[in-house]
Write a protein that binds this ligand. Structure first.
Ligand code: AN7
Length: 344
């Protein structure tokens, strides 16, 4: 059962709301003991790559598309660095709506483009970055009567609150810290709202410190300056003008947390180290581990606390990056002798 069935009393559902369900949510919360010992904390990874389209986006999209159907929308539209478009296309297909996605040309992982296409979306590559694509998507939504399903759509953030609900249910309460990658800043906003809502309903006793992590080349939440030239290998968070900046800043400040930036090379090292723990997450998802390591180096990571990292997307979305950085295939003659020389 998906999140509308499991957490429906937290969502604005009516008897007329279709209950789309691809089995989203119920993702693994994995103890990361070795990495936790390195950092001196009790470390867990919430593997959102296990969702139906391979990212956390499904949590918000299932509600946003169900509500679009209820409201009689002709179709849905979004701009995306890839995962939003994959998820929008899947749930639109599930609900029988048309889906149009606008992608920044040349900067979207091929796995995500393949998903949007095979789910049946109309996919347009826009010259310019994600932020420009979002401006165009909002204009087209007005013209065509489509529902925009980026995180400017409030139902998206409502559905994504369910990640916080699940962490509290899985751990028995909220963690001390939540460490999350930040692009358009919707997910960090949604998680805070989720922890607060769960505590208010007495389903948990506390809320965590919210720590948001960005790539050094695309860190408007850290610098306080929007940028028209975001650059990072973590293409999912290559966003320079986060539409949820104000709400995300408020959420993190209310929690006593902060935004931090990390270098691309640290993100790639974190991706490899998480994979060596058995979790293959795409680069953006590994930003929190890189960030926690930076805080530990600087003496700013309290020892012994319980930390959950939200690993937001499956590594299979972007196989080109690890193929460049994770080593290479050994080409061999077909003989046992040559095998003896290379197999450990
Ligand atoms: C794997 C992954 N990790 C983190 C983020 C950042 O979440 P927000 O801070 O809520 O934006 C994204 C976002 C992707 C898009 O914005 C899109 O797909 O258009 C992501 O795909």
């Amino acid at each position: 059962m998906g999140i509308l069935g499991r957490y429906g009393d937290f969502f604005p559902l009516t008897p007329r709301t279709p209950r789309l369900d691809l089995g989203e949510g119920s993702t693994p919360l994995v103890p990361l003991r070795a990495l936790g010992e390195e950092l001196g904390v009790d470390l867990w990874g919430k593997f959102e790559g296990a969702n139906p389209t391979g990212s956390f986006k499904d949590r918000g999209m299932v509600l946003a598309v169900s509500k679009a159907m209820e409201e009689g929308a002709r179709g849905v539209i979004c701009a995306s660095t890839g995962n939003t478009s994959a998820s929008a296309a899947a749930y639109a297909a599930c609900g029988g709506l048309s889906c149009t996605v606008l992608l920044p040309s040349g900067n979207v992982a091929k796995g995500k483009v393949a998903q949007a296409l095979i789910y049946g979306a109309t996919v347009a590559a826009v010259r310019g970055n994600f932020d420009r694509a979002l401006e165009l998507a909002r204009a087209m939504a007005e013209r065509r009567g489509y529902r925009i399903v980026n995180s400017v759509n409030p139902f998206r953030l409502r559905g994504q609150m369910s990640g916080a609900f699940e962490i509290c249910d899985q751990l028995g309460d909220a963690p001390d810290w939540l460490a999350i990658p930040v692009g358009n800043a919707g997910n960090v906003t949604a998680y805070w709202a989720g922890f607060v809502a769960y505590m208010r309903r007495r389903r948990s006793s506390r809320v965590p410190v919210m720590m948001g992590f960005q790539a050094q080349g695309a860190c408007p939440m850290v610098t306080g300056q929007f940028t028209d030239h975001p650059e990072t290998v973590a293409t999912a968070i290559r966003i320079g003008r986060p539409v949820n900046a104000r709400r995300a800043r408020w959420a993190v400040m209310m929690s006593g947390g902060a935004f931090e930036a990390v270098e691309d090379r640290e993100i790639l090292r974190a991706q490899m180290d998480l994979a060596r723990c058995g979790l293959f997450a795409e680069p953006a998802s590994c930003t929190p581990l890189a960030g926690l390591r930076k805080l530990a180096r600087e003496g700013r990571l309290p020892r012994g606390i319980r930390v959950v990292m939200v690993l937001t997307g499956n590594g299979l979305k972007d196989v080109e990056t690890p193929l460049r950085s994770a080593g290479s295939v050994v080409e061999l003659e077909d003989s046992l002798e040559t095998l003896e020389g290379v197999i450990p």
